[in-house]
Structures are given as C-alpha cells and as structure tokens.
Design a protein. Structure first.
Length: 247
C-alpha cells in the first residue's frame, strides 16, 4: 500500500506507524506512507490555514489554497493517485472497501480535515469521501490511521500468518469466534472442552456456531446481508432450537 497523508498534525501518525504490524510492513516495503504538513503549503506568512466561514457561523474552515498547492506538489512526480477525504459525511468504511483498497494500484492521498470542515472547492480534488462511523472526531487523522491499518493487514506478506486475515471478523461476514489460550483453567474459568478435544471437525463447527450466535445477538443486520450456506442455515436452526428450549 502506498499513500500520502495531508494533515496539520503529522506527529499523530509517527508513533502508530512505528509499532507492530505497520512497522514491519514498512520495513518489508509493503507499506509506504509519506506525511505532509498542510501548513507547509500555506501562502500566509504565519502559516495560517483556516479562516472564518462566509455567511457566518461557529468555528473555522480549512482554506482551499494550501490543499490545492499540496496536491500540485504531490502530482509533480506524475504518479496516479486516488484522493480520499476522511469526513463524517462520507461513505461508511467497511471490510469490503478495505479489500478493494488493498488491490488498488494507484497511490492514495488521505486528506485529513480539521475544525468545522474544509472549503467545499477542495472536493473537486477528491475521488472519494470516507467515514469510519456516525460520530464526529476532532480531525481526520484517526480515521486515516484506521483505514491504513485495515488495508495494510490485507496486503500479502504484512501478517506473519495469512490465515489470520481469512479468520478475522468481517472477512467472512460474521463476528469472530471466541479465542482461548493457556492456561486451560484460570480463576475457575475453563476453556471449552471442544477446543482441547483434538476433533477438528467439531472445533470448526463450534467456532462457526459461536460466530453466528454472536453476530445474531449483536449485529443481526449482517446476517441479512450474507449469502448463507446450507451449513449456516443448519447451525442457525440448531441455535433457534436451543434458544426455544432455554426460554
């Protein structure tokens, strides 16, 4: 994954990009992130990048000039780019978008807004607007990191075990199944016997069933979007029968 980040606070990214999987991906040249401070492209002697909104109202708005100049600078190398603006008004980010971004050949530009918003004319530079949820954050830096993290995990070679990607929540449309490790018993809390039975068929059935139970309980809307297999429908019928017995 290759991306440029336009932000007023590049230091927010530094710590996270230098830890764990993202650090390893960068060392393997699987992730290339370049940080650019929008203030460096300001025409103002005081490096001001915001101003009061026309028409009045609370807060400040990011000016168009620094962002246009930043994009002019980035495009000097001739590389094709996909410009993504992180905003609460954007398309909801999900695993399917992460998967499509992981296959993208163009270099990304993540534009991180601040204050009350960005001058609307900047949108002429943007290919896509993305939101990570129906809430408002201080800026677009955390959403940009969320997108970079989610996409990097899908880049072949970024994870030590590629099965991790296949088994994760949402990769198969469901919540993840419960995970356990040693010790087998801790403070009278025991690992489910099936997981130490050695019967891989039963383990697989248990995991799928637990994933379906959790998804059904917390996000039943996800099941409506899934194309259920015959096996899934059988497990759901099993869950319903057990629920009826307990009620």
């Amino acid at each position: 994954m290759k991306c440029d980040v336009l932000t007023l606070f590049p230091d927010i990214f530094t710590a996270y990009l230098n830890e764990s999987i993202l650090k390893k991906a960068r060392l393997k040249n699987l992730l290339d992130v370049r940080l650019y401070n929008i203030r460096d492209f300001s025409l103002d002697p005081h490096r001001q990048v915001d101003d009061y909104p026309f028409g009045g109202g609370a807060g400040m708005v990011l000016k168009p000039e620094p962002i246009f100049k930043a994009m002019d600078f980035l495009r000097e190398d001739g590389e094709e780019r996909k410009v993504v603006c992180l905003t609460p008004q954007g398309r909801p980010f999900d695993q399917s978008i992460a998967e499509s971004y992981a296959k993208e050949k163009k270099r990304f530009v993540f534009l991180c807004g601040r204050y009350e918003g960005i001058d609307e004319r900047v949108k002429t530079l943007v290919d896509e607007e993305i939101s990570i949820g129906d809430y408002v954050l201080t800026g677009g830096e955390l959403p940009a990191l969320v997108v970079i993290d989610a996409v990097t995990r899908l880049v072949p070679g970024a994870l030590g075990d590629e099965r991790s990607v296949q088994d994760e929540s949402f990769s198969w449309g469901l919540f993840d199944y419960p995970h356990y490790t040693r010790p087998r018993e801790y403070r009278n809390l025991k690992v489910p016997p099936v997981l130490v039975s050695g019967n891989h068929r039963q383990i697989d059935h248990w995991r799928r069933k637990q994933a379906l139970i959790k998804t059904l309980k917390v996000r039943p809307d996800l099941l409506k979007k899934m194309i259920l297999t015959e096996r899934d429908r059988g497990i759901l019928a099993e869950i319903e029968t057990e629920s009826d017995k307990d009620s």
